[in-house]
Design a protein around this ligand. Sequence first.
Ligand SMILES: *Cc1c(COP(=O)(O)O)cnc(C)c1O
Length: 365
Amino acid sequence: MKIMPNRMDYGFEKYQEEFEKKAVDVLRSGWYIMGNELKSFEESFAAYTGAKHCVGLANGLDALWIGCRLLGIGAGDEVIVQGNTYIASVMGITMNQATPIFVEPDEYYQIDADKIEEKITDKTKAIMVVHLYGHVADMDKITALCKKYDLKLIEDCAQSHGAMYKGKMTGTFGDVGCFSFYPSKNLGAFGDAGAIVTNSDKLAEDTRVFRNYGSEKRYYNKVVGANSRLDEMQAGLLNVRLPHMDEINTERQKIAARYDAELKHPDIILPKQREHTITVWHQYVIRTKYREELIDYLSQNGIGTIIHYPIPPHLAEAYQGLGHKEGDFPITEEYANTVLSIPMYTGMKDEEQKYVIDVINEWKR
Ligand SMILES: *Cc1c(COP(=O)(O)O)cnc(C)c1O
């Protein structure tokens, strides 16, 4: 059997008729940017998350850097972020000339809330929380710190659509929730797309102006903005997928529960879910000291895997200028050397999952 680490075709085929009808409707509408599909998606996604506003943007990175920019984060400011994130989180900070201050992750792969306070200085302006792999950070502790030190809170929810902490959705705890709808995300478009959600009228309005060249009224530019609009085709296709989100996340939770129950190997550590949270399993991330061996073995048996992520941002060539070196963040580095994402996707068949489980359990090293 051949099993890919991710399958986006299954997620399309499941709702194929609806997607195809919507695509044709958008094509025939004669209106392709900033129209009714976007308006409707923004209303529905705000309602889905429980935030007051949603503003569509071109991608998740834009949501992060524009969110930071409009919260006033800039040169000389420090933003606290977990060390083991995808590099886009960090770019959202550095594109504003601010400095990322890395914190080690906890056993759930999220920022270790007990290690944040020691990193707070006079320059700290914000905490950026990343709900990595669809798990959820320790939000009670983090929101308390933001309150105590008067810090902004940015949530990178690119992997956590629908994930909850004590019944409240990720993205709604802080000043701004930043989402990506890149095709492989839990709520995926068919191209690039992103959004911010916020309860602030001002931030929502500023983002609407900023994303369209800084203009509220056409050709009257208030600020130097960007072109970061979410187009009608992507918004329309997202309008098709959004009502199925509960179904999509429930399916991932079932796949994760079966892996939890049936994967048994002494050299493999399974992921853990924090109490009082609902995880949406963007990835199912195991760890093993013998990762290269396992990747080869799985690959010989037709099973594809991905490492999320092999090089932590503090060791990326792009961030040599920050002056970090190997050994600065041992837990982050250990995760980078041992994590492995095994197949997990909408439409995963029972026999596909059974095969993955059997092959892993039979791994002899
Ligand atoms: C995908 C992702 C992003 C960036 O989203 P794009 O739409 O690709 O720009 C940011 N942060 C995390 C954690 C992501 O997984």
